[in-house]
Design a protein around this ligand. Structure first.
Ligand SMILES: [Fe+2]
Length: 345
């Protein structure tokens, strides 16, 4: 496995780049905007294909690199389902698996630092975001922070992992890079409490100053979605209410870009084909399945995904590859459900 821990010294943020092999698919956790060029250089040096960019939670102290990485690589942006950011390509919940080629991370919802804090378990290691840090825990006094919830996340989820599990946090300010669950249980001063009430009291008395970048970072991180206006302005977007009328239309090929796990969990639009976003380039190029389908049948190719972001990128890629009928359901299955569209399971 390729595993890189990268550091942004301005915000004290750790970013992790994972891949199962040189030349394979890669995933990045908690990228920082100012470091995007560095990540892309490393991705290219290791001949990787960045397919997913994940934030463990809404950050207060730096601007996320999610949007910039998506714009540069057309990767899928991922956050937890509790996140209030405008649009990410994919949302995960506890029990879901975050997968790329050769690697699967188990998702834990670990609220407390924020309500949208998630941890990701990968075999012998766990990425804890700002829930559990090395000899510390994430502050719980900002917007959706909740010390009681954090106690539960730490004591009843993270500390239940095997003692030898490696702990990789989203930040460190002292120079520590990695710890273990057993070490934190024994030596993390915040965890030496006898009850949840004692923990809440300890967290209440920290009186920390606000993060320096907070007033800039939070609004920027709330608007991480791909601007879809340009796609709509070119006439390549179909509203969910209109799209409902196209189910069963023989002149339309509905194409689902989501992953198998999303299709199983949330259902599909009846009659749609499955062509996962990660295989898009092979499918839209001349000779590819969608290219040939459009050419042979004259059908209009109508993409959809979870929130309209993967499909917006797919429309552009398909149009660039000469599929001039390509369009997408704006807002994805989320908008479809809100419009009362039928779902097959
Ligand atoms: Fe944070």
């Amino acid at each position: 496995m390729i595993f890189r821990q990268l550091f942004d010294s301005v915000s004290g943020t750790y970013t992790y780049l994972l891949a199962s092999r040189r030349g394979g698919e890669a995933l990045i956790i908690d990228p920082v905007l100012e470091k995007v060029e560095r990540y892309l250089q490393l991705v290219s040096e290791l001949e990787l294909k960045l397919v997913k960019a994940v934030d463990t939670h809404l950050h207060h102290d730096h601007i996320t690199g999610l949007g910039a990485l998506r714009d540069r690589t057309h990767c899928i942006t991922v956050m937890g389902e509790m996140s209030k950011v405008d649009v990410v390509s994919m949302r995960l919940a506890e029990g879901d698996r975050l997968g790329i080629e050769g690697i699967g991370l188990d998702v834990l919802h670990t609220p407390g630092h924020t309500v949208d804090s998630y941890s990701f378990v990968l075999g012998d290691r766990v990425f804890t975001g700002d829930t559990l840090m090395i000899r510390g825990t994430g502050r719980t006094d900002l917007e959706s922070g909740d010390a009681r919830a954090q106690y539960d996340s730490i004591f009843n989820k993270l500390l239940k992992l095997p003692d030898e599990t490696l702990v990789y946090p989203a930040h460190d300010y002292k120079g520590d890079t990695v710890s273990t669950i057993g070490e934190e249980k024994a030596f993390n001063p915040r965890l030496q409490v006898r009850s949840v009430d004692e923990y809440v009291e300890l967290m209440r008395n920290l009186h920390l100053p606000n993060p320096k970048m907070m007033d800039v970072a939070v609004p920027a991180n709330m608007r991480v979605g791909l601007p879809q206006e340009e796609i709509a302005r070119r006439g390549w977007a179909v509203a969910a209410t209109e799209a409902k009328m196209l189910v069963g239309d023989p002149g339309v090929a509905l194409v689902d870009l989501r992953e198998r796990s999303e299709r199983e969990k949330y259902g599909v639009i009846p009659g749609s084909l499955h062509a996962p976003y990660t295989e898009l380039q092979e499918n839209v190029r001349p000779g590819g399945m969608l290219h040939e389908l459009a050419a042979a049948t004259g059908k209009r190719v109508l993409f959809y995904c979870a929130f309209g972001e993967r499909s917006a990128m797919a429309v552009q890629a398909a149009q660039d590859a000469g599929i001039t009928s390509a369009c997408h359901i704006q807002g994805g299955l989320d908008a479809w459900n809100k419009a009362g569209g039928p779902i097959a399971r």
